[in-house]
Design a binder for this molecule. Structure first.
Ligand code: IPM
Ligand code: MG
Length: 350
């Protein structure tokens, strides 16, 4: 069984995952690593962003580390074959319904945020984004021509009790190992799915997690609170679309989108999908200046959540922190290091 399947993908994906691979080979040389084409590059080679073989390999690995997918080259590809569609198919095919997106401000980067230092210094909260349901996958979805001219587009936001409960459970369990607080964000004031979300989270809390503090917040207010007083959050659980939006906002608190990893988890024991939160960044792709830390930290999460290597994960986290303390900075953090040099800095600290 492959321990780690690498899906470098498109744009800066191959550059940043190459550094994660170097780190993996140095830190955990006994892990077996396999690499496959995924995203736009797979579409070019095989006519689909996610082949059956690649999905099979992902399901059969212990952890999957993805770089990034997409780029302007594929803007004209059929919608269901675009790189982003491949990513959604991978998430759904792996059944990874709980997406952990840490908003963590590394001490040496407290001044790199666009927010005031006192708001972000010591910041450490976790967004738990539902990842395989909601409006990203809901049916029906289509654009139709209207008889009288013009068109009509439909997306469907849909959630079941079971879908809400399983992701909320992940959030509550996580909170128990942290500061014991869950904030659940939805739009129960206007959406039926938001109302059900609130009810299901409330019931589960009463039944199984009464020891955890639970707060409900409307998603728009959550967006405001994230930039106003982000340290109030410990675990923030929300649906697929709100989680997509709120996690980008949270990322900026930490200085750079180039810093943030994520872990997508499914059933216990099933492989996790690890990916940097940033995209393929076509504007800087191929220039060797992308920050590899989000990819390296995604590997760190894989060590922790799928590969059962907590000690190696701790070492890697400490190495990233000390590389930053020593002043290692790629251009997104105001520095001049190349992608490879940042990889070097982490390896040196290890
Ligand atoms: C993310 C990304 C993806 C999403 C895109 C690339 C499909 O924005 O992982 O946050 O919307 O989920
Ligand atoms: Mg996003």
């Amino acid at each position: 069984m492959t321990d780690l399947l690498l899906l470098p993908g498109d744009g800066i994906g191959p550059e940043v995952t190459a550094q994660a691979r170097r780190v993996a080979e140095a830190l955990t040389p006994d892990l077996t690593i396999e690499e496959r084409a995924f995203g736009g590059i797979s579409y070019d080679r095989h006519g689909t962003p996610l082949t059956e073989e690649t999905l099979g390999a992902a399901r059969g690995a212990r952890a999957v580390l993805m770089g990034a997918v997409g780029g302007p080259q594929w803007a004209g590809a059929p919608r269901n074959l675009r790189p982003e569609a491949g990513l959604l198919a991978l998430r759904a095919g792996m059944g990874v319904f709980a997406n952990l997106r840490p908003a963590l401000c590394f001490q040496p980067l407290a001044d790199a945020s666009s927010l005031k230092r006192e708001l972000v210094e010591g910041l450490d909260f976790m967004i738990v984004r539902e990842l395989t349901g909601g409006i990203y996958f809901g049916e029906p979805r289509f654009i139709e021509e209207l008889p009288g001219g013009g068109r009509r587009a439909v997306d469907t936001q849909v959630y079941t009790t079971a879908e809400i409960e399983r992701v909320a459970r992940v959030a509550f369990e996580l909170a128990r190992g942290r500061r014991n607080k869950v904030t659940s964000a939805e739009k129960s004031n206007v959406m039926e799915s938001g109302l059900l979300w609130r009810e299901v989270v409330t019931d589960l809390h009463a039944r199984e997690f009464a020891d955890v503090t639970l707060e409900h917040i409307l998603a728009d207010n959550a967006a405001m609170q994230i930039v106003k007083a982000p340290k109030q959050f410990d675990v923030l659980v929300t649906d697929n679309l709100f989680g997509d939006i709120l996690s980008d906002a949270a990322a900026q608190l930490t200085g750079s989108l180039g810093m943030l990893p994520s872990a997508a988890l499914g059933a216990p024991g099933a492989p996790g999908l690890y990916e940097p939160i940033h995209g393929s960044a076509p504007d800087i792709a191929g220039k060797g200046v992308a920050n590899p830390l989000a990819a390296i930290l995604s590997f760190e999460m894989a060590l922790r959540w799928s590969l059962d290597r907590t000690e190696a994960a701790d070492r890697l986290f400490a190495a990233v922190t000390s590389a930053l303390e020593a002043g290692a900075r790629t251009p997104d953090l105001g520095g001049t290091l190349s992608t490879t040099q940042m990889g070097d800095a982490v390896l040196a600290a290890l």
